[in-house]
Write a protein that binds this ligand. Structure first.
Ligand SMILES: [Zn+2]
Length: 281
């Protein structure tokens, strides 16, 4: 995934509405009493969840590229759209949870924040990825489509029209059915292997990411995501997942290794995005 590929100013009110929603999700009394990260302030906790949500979306997005390559899945249309859709589906658990909702909405917000950081240029149209705004609105429509009653107001708040909202359930159903149909022949029939096919390794993280990495590891979010994929599908060979320094903010699937890499520089960029959009404490 190339994180920042296209940019266009977004009305400030949109961001305020989004974060008001995110804060509301994260801060009902039951959640406030049972803090996820007790040693951090609410704003610092929100920042950690923002980084975690965007990191998990990136992990699932790259997992989609790995599945397409390893299982030789056909792709009709833009593979980047398919990978974003897979990530969105993977982050919508049944039954839903407030934490899962918050992480996915934070990931969607990430596209808007990227869109605010630089003006759009010609390269954005040439790039393999859709524009950041398009990635946001398509992700938002999938979220709404997954539960139109629960997310109807969210759809309006983020700027989807009523007409578009009404189309979102069909988009979500078509997307889910497409991925399920393609993956069905590869579903594991017997017991899962003893060793994960997607083991995650972590090199020493930079100090600035200690809270974020600590949460991603201690919460089991990354381990659960990789185990779920590994348990579900018969893969021709293991795909390693690495969290490490790369020298640039990136996340990518390498078919030669094969491996998925999430660069610490990308996680740091997510944190900087949050600081720019919401303000430093
Ligand atoms: Zn991609």
């Amino acid at each position: 995934m190339t994180p920042a590929t296209a940019h266009m100013p977004i009305a400030p009110i949109c961001r305020v509405v989004l974060f008001a929603f995110l804060v509301a999700v994260l801060s009902p009394p039951a959640v406030a009493q049972e803090r996820l990260i007790p040693n951090l302030s609410p704003k610092a906790e929100e920042r950690v969840l923002f980084v975690a949500g965007n990191t998990l979306f990136s992990l699932h997005h790259e997992t989609a590229h790995a599945l397409i390559d390893q299982l030789d899945l056909p792709v009709l249309g833009r593979e980047e759209d398919a990978a974003d859709a897979y990530a969105t589906l993977a982050m919508l658990p049944e039954p839903p949870t407030p934490l899962a909702d918050a992480l996915l909405l934070a990931a969607a917000d990430g596209w808007l924040f990227y869109a605010e950081t630089a003006p759009i240029d010609q390269l954005a149209y040439i790039d393999a990825h859709p524009l950041d705004e398009q990635r946001f609105y398509r992700t938002a429509c999938l979220i709404v489509g997954s539960d139109i009653e629960g997310f109807f107001d969210y759809g309006l708040d983020v700027g989807l029209t009523v007409e578009r909202i009404e189309e979102c359930p069909a988009l979500w159903q078509d997307t889910r059915r497409g991925w399920e149909r393609l993956l069905a022949p590869h579903r594991r029939a017997g017991n899962p292997p003893a060793a994960s096919l997607f083991p995650a390794t972590w090199s020493d993280p930079p100090a600035q990411l200690s809270h974020e990495i600590g949460f991603l590891r201690s919460s089991g979010l990354v381990a659960n995501a990789t185990r779920k994929t590994s348990d579900a599908y018969t893969m021709p060979q293991p795909v390693m997942v690495q969290f490490r320094d790369c020298g640039e903010p990136a996340a990518f699937y390498d078919p030669d290794t094969p491996s998925i890499t999430l660069c610490y520089e990308l996680l740091a960029e997510f944190g900087n995005l949050f600081d720019q959009a919401v303000g430093v404490e």
